[in-house]
Design a protein around this ligand. Sequence first.
Ligand SMILES: Nc1ncnc2c1ncn2[C@@H]1O[C@H](COP(=O)(O)OP(=O)(O)O)[C@@H](O)[C@H]1O
Ligand SMILES: [Mg+2]
Length: 243
Amino acid sequence: MTLLQIEKIGKSFGGLRALNDVNFAVNNGETVGLMGANGAGKTTLFSIIAGHQPPTDGIVRFKGDQMTGKRPDQICHAGIARTFQIVRPFARMTVRENVETAILFGGARHASNQPLEIRAKDILDQVGLVDQSEMPSGALTLSGRKKLEVARALGTGPELLLLDEVMAGLTPAEVAKMLDTLRAIKADHKLTIFIIEHVVSTLSDLSDRIIVLHHGVKIAEGTPREIAENKDVRTVYFGGDDT
Ligand SMILES: Nc1ncnc2c1ncn2[C@@H]1O[C@H](COP(=O)(O)OP(=O)(O)O)[C@@H](O)[C@H]1O
Ligand SMILES: [Mg+2]
């Protein structure tokens, strides 16, 4: 079943065409990777899906319903959560309070009898942050802040999780741990994952399918193996054009 449908999405910033006629679907239960060099339009596409920026052209559908034109909180309540590439928790709140806030924000979708604190603790446990629960978020390491981003997104109770470079800047050991975490939360929360990741091997490891953007245009879509063998992708990635 199609969960997310991207239809003819375009985005212009003044004279810059950041996205142009982008079309694809993400199916229920899949992990789909979004690949592309810096400036390819990946984060802009996430912002459009989550309602943080309007597209210039096209429509985003989620479970058949048009999301374009809705507010971020409405899209969140529909079941889409994103993390931000630039991590921005409420620094003075504790780690636990940040997750509780996210649970309350997404609350219209997931009424639960469990106390907020218990629900937050469960999520923090899953991402490996439970020992830092009472720490101010501003005191977390980069790895901790990335985990908190995932926890906050998870707290809103999504069906579709958009992850924007949650492994950037982590050590290989931290990346390995994050991959395990993502697989575990995907299974436990029955999530569909749409993920941006700079390291191609990491993205290939996690994804059922990969979509490649280049200067705002979709140039390839396929299994990680098909993408690795794709001529256009190879030219863009290994042909000396690194813009
Ligand atoms: N708010 C904005 N205003 C103007 N230009 C923007 C804005 N956001 C992104 N861009 C430009 O759009 C292009 C795509 O950016 P982005 O989506 O962040 O790429 P990626 O995430 O793939 O690195 C870049 O050229 C970037 O400079
Ligand atoms: Mg980006």
